[in-house]
Write a protein that binds this ligand. Structure first.
Ligand SMILES: Cc1ncc(COP(=O)(O)O)c(C=O)c1O
Length: 285
């Protein structure tokens, strides 16, 4: 069955899901996006994702395409049309179509698209086995707090990691890890201290990060929001990453060195379980 896409007010088949060549998202990466997971047909942390969407739009002086109520009803309809019970919902807003010019158009009309991906998120081998990362220089732009579609640098880093036989890259700037190519990075020290980089323009403020740090504090862990080095990862008791699509996933090696026991960490699994239990139990937000 072919997928139904949402494009500027219409639900259409994939072959009709089209955007102009002059769209500024295509020419300048002048677009922002969000990815939200779907579990048991529910959009997880959707309100927080929409809040971050508004922040990204605001930082780029871009208008929202419609009200949040309209966005949510469109999201629900798209999930229904594609019978998505578990998977992802992607949405993107660009500044719209204008003749190619670096300056922003005077009266832009945004382009708004959404699509779904059916996927097993909960039953993911990476959660059972952990993943291995390599460290690479962070060559991204300096406003990583804005969730734009300018993703070539992390895409190159991910490919470099795969080519090296690893699963992902943790990027390094000024000697400290910023984050993963599409996730936030953490180490656990002495089994009871969870350390992750502080928020700022150097990293994306992860929606999953926010929830997981809250659960970690509630579970009695000490949370330290400070950057860490590759050497600190190598000597940590465990490491993990968070993202909306992978929740909490253990990291068992970096640059060919095993982290802790080299096996999936207890803290990562505990936090993954709490995150998923809460997401499944509570009403859609
Ligand atoms: C660079 C980057 N950091 C962190 C994250 C994790 O954010 P979230 O938990 O909101 O998915 C993402 C998600 O796409 C990302 O691209």
């Amino acid at each position: 069955m072919s997928r139904i896409f949402y494009v500027n007010g219409s639900f259409v088949d994939e072959q009709d899901a089209k955007i102009s060549v002059l769209d500024r998202g295509f020419l300048f990466a002048d677009a922002v996006y969000e990815v939200c997971s779907v579990l048991n047909g529910k959009l997880i942390d959707n309100r927080a994702h929409l809040a971050r969407l508004h922040r990204s739009l605001g930082e780029l002086s871009m208008a929202a395409p419609c009200s949040d109520e309209e966005i949510v009803s469109t999201q629900r309809r798209l999930l229904e049309l594609n019978s998505i019970n578990e998977g992802l919902l992607y949405l993107q807003v660009s500044r719209g179509v204008a003749d190619r010019d670096f300056s922003f158009p005077a009266n832009p009309s945004s382009s708004f698209v959404m699509f779904t991906q059916q996927k097993n998120l909960m039953d993911n081998p990476a959660a059972k086995n952990g993943i291995r990362v390599i460290s690479l220089p962070d060559i991204r732009w300096k406003r990583r707090d804005i969730k734009t579609v300018g993703l070539l640098a992390p895409s190159m880093a991910k490919q470099q990691a795969l080519d090296a036989g690893a699963n992902d890259a943790w990027m390094v700037e000024d000697g400290f890890i910023t984050e993963g190519t599409s996730n936030n990075a953490y180490i656990v020290r002495h089994d009871k201290v969870i350390q992750t980089r502080h928020l700022g323009q150097e990293i994306l403020s992860g929606i999953t990060r926010d929830a997981v740090l809250r659960f970690a504090r509630e579970a009695g862990y000490k949370v330290v929001e400070e950057p860490f080095t590759v050497d600190q990862v190598k000597t940590a008791s465990e490491a993990f990453f968070t993202s909306a699509s992978a929740f909490v996933t253990p990291v068992v090696g970096i640059d060919g060195v095993e982290i802790g026991s080299g096996k999936v960490g207890r803290v990562a699994i505990q936090l993954r379980d709490v995150y998923l239990e809460t997401a499944l139990e509570r009403e859609e937000l």
